[in-house]
Design a binder for this molecule. Structure first.
Ligand code: 1CP
Length: 342
């Protein structure tokens, strides 16, 4: 069966466009909070195929999105690389900050044994999802994952990783290459386990200057996509370089991604230009979803008017925030699927 999301990734224009939302499973849903309380820690939830399957399915049951995204996190890779990742309530992720010597000592040997519960979740999901619902796998882009590994925590601008990369360019490049290779293999494994497509999240691409964007955001993602294509030529890949702005222009050609995820700051004119080269995904401001009402409707209508006549996957420009009322998500989906004639 050719699922709608895959049809758009193949270049088709669908009206209405398929819709899913980044962070569609998560803290804005009461059923998520309940399951999470049973799991113990957030990471235990990620590594429990039964419960991770359940929280992936929750937004599908409630809203009938066109795609489910595997419930996991980009930081399972540093966790599998033994960086002692923890998620402390209210403080975001923390891990042991990496230095030059610990980069040399990184050992990718047992990464796949460690990640096998996540791959079991993908297999389970494919048997439980409704047939028309696409399943998305994902990972973080090497730059974004490296920023957390260097700082050992969330930061507002990834200054520690930017500084580290200038001071220790060789070690930093080694880290990016290792992450690219492990992550590419991980995505191939997710595709083999039943994912219809995969998304590479480069959430921190926007803090890089132009030469650094080329070296740290474009090159490693291009390397990953080349590897994935060499193993699975029909693999469908979405890349989301958040905050890339005008550097988005050559990103698809340089990385080889099928579809480009756009954050909410990307002007619809630029989005239209990018759509001439292939499918795009995005880009409603998550705060419009939180605000609801006419603010939400106007944002949806503007996107559909400008981008609805080309290959589009409707999404937010970044993840749902925990304060969002579930009824706003219902309203968004209804608006996308049954937009009044203008
Ligand atoms: O339950 C909780 O309190 C934990 C909140 C949470 C959730 C629900 C975290 C911690 N991760 C997730 C799940 C998650 N993370 C998914 C699941 C699928 C879905 O979208 O429904 C995905 C795809 C991610 C990806 C992720 N994790 C990214 C890339 C996307 C983005 O938001 O930019 C990043 C940067 C992370 C790191 C991370 N994990 C969690 C938090 C709070 C963060 C961000 C830390 C920061 O502020 O820098």
């Amino acid at each position: 069966m050719r699922r709608n999301l895959v049809r758009v990734l193949d270049g088709e224009t669908l009206s209405p466009p398929p819709i899913w939302l980044m962070r569609q499973a998560g803290r804005y849903l009461p059923e998520y909070l309940e399951t999470r309380a049973h799991a113990g820690s957030f990471l235990q939830l990620c590594y429990n195929p039964e419960l991770a399957t359940e929280v992936t399915l929750q937004p599908i049951r409630r809203f009938g999105f066109d795609a489910a995204i595997l419930f996991s996190d980009i930081l399972v890779i540093p966790d599998a690389l033994k960086r002692n990742v923890r998620f402390n309530e209210g403080h975001g992720p923390v891990m042991d900050p990496i230095d030059e010597d610990s980069i040399k000592a990184l050992d990718a040997e047992n990464v796949f044994a460690h990640l096998s519960p996540v791959l079991q979740t993908v297999e389970k999901l494919r048997t439980k999802l409704p047939a028309p619902t696409a399943l998305l796998g994902f990972c973080g882009a090497p730059w974004t994952v490296a920023t957390y590994m260097v700082a050992g925590r969330a930061t507002p601008d990834q200054a520690p990783a930017r500084l580290f990369a200038y001071r220790y360019p060789k070690a930093f490049e080694h880290l990016l290459l290792l992450l690219a290779d492990v992550s590419a293999e991980y995505l191939v494994a997710q595709l083999d386990a039943g994912a219809d497509a995969v998304q590479i999240f480069d959430s921190w691409a926007g803090v890089l200057g132009e030469p650094e964007f080329e070296a740290y955001a474009v090159k490693p993602v291009a390397r990953m996509i080349e590897f994935i294509r060499s193993r699975r030529p029909s693999a469908k890949i979405i890349a989301f370089p958040k905050g890339a702005g005008c550097l988005l222009k050559d990103y698809r050609r340089k990385t080889g991604a099928h579809a480009i995820g756009l954050d909410w700051t990307v002007p619809l004119d630029l989005a239209c230009e990018l759509q001439k080269d292939g499918p795009i995904q995005g880009n409603l401001d998550p705060m419009r979803l939180a605000a609801g009402g006419n603010t939400l409707d106007e944002g949806v209508d503007a996107i559909l008017q400008r981008l609805g006549n080309g290959p589009l996957i409707f999404n937010l420009g970044h993840g749902i925030i925990p304060q969002v009322a579930p009824e706003n998500v219902r309203r968004l989906i209804d608006r996308v699927r049954n937009r009044p004639e203008s």
